[in-house]
Ligand binder design. Structure first.
Ligand code: NI
Length: 139
């Protein structure tokens, strides 16, 4: 860890009470750690906006494997972006439904495109992209 700076923050009392309630629920040991996470989250979000910054995206999709061609289409898509996709896991949720988790590492714009195309594939019932950072730029 680098040098530590101490800062004073002025904040509305009721807002702070709400914040304290939230971080207690989330299991934070103290406000400082919660503030640091908020700042990091904001910095990561800004990183994606650049489009070129290297990011990691975790894409989860749920689909009915009985739907015609969907498995083939999803595999095709993952081969198309083979250089960016670093991992994928398939879980058979029940007789009909599959969960696929695809992890991609590339510029934010590419990661977003992969997610959009996976989630937008015909037959996908639900999809979600969780964007995160490679961690390199974060302290
Ligand atoms: Ni399956």
């Amino acid at each position: 860890m680098g040098r530590i700076s101490r800062i004073g923050v002025s904040i509305n009392t009721s807002l702070l009470a709400e914040f304290d309630g939230l971080i207690r629920k989330m299991g934070y040991a103290n406000r400082s750690e919660a503030f640091r996470d908020l700042i990091r989250d904001k910095l990561v979000t800004e990183e994606w906006k650049g489009g070129n910054a290297e990011c990691v995206g975790v894409v989860s999709i749920v689909y009915d494997h009985h739907r015609r061609d969907i498995s083939d289409r999803l595999i095709e898509l993952q081969h198309e972006f083979g250089e960016s996709i670093i991992s994928s896991t398939h879980i058979h949720l029940d007789r009909d439904n599959c969960l696929e988790v695809v992890i991609a590492r590339d510029g934010a714009a590419v990661v977003k495109e992969i997610a959009d195309r996976l989630i937008g594939s015909k037959g996908v019932k639900h999809g979600k992209l969780a964007m995160t950072s490679t961690g390199r730029g974060l302290r």
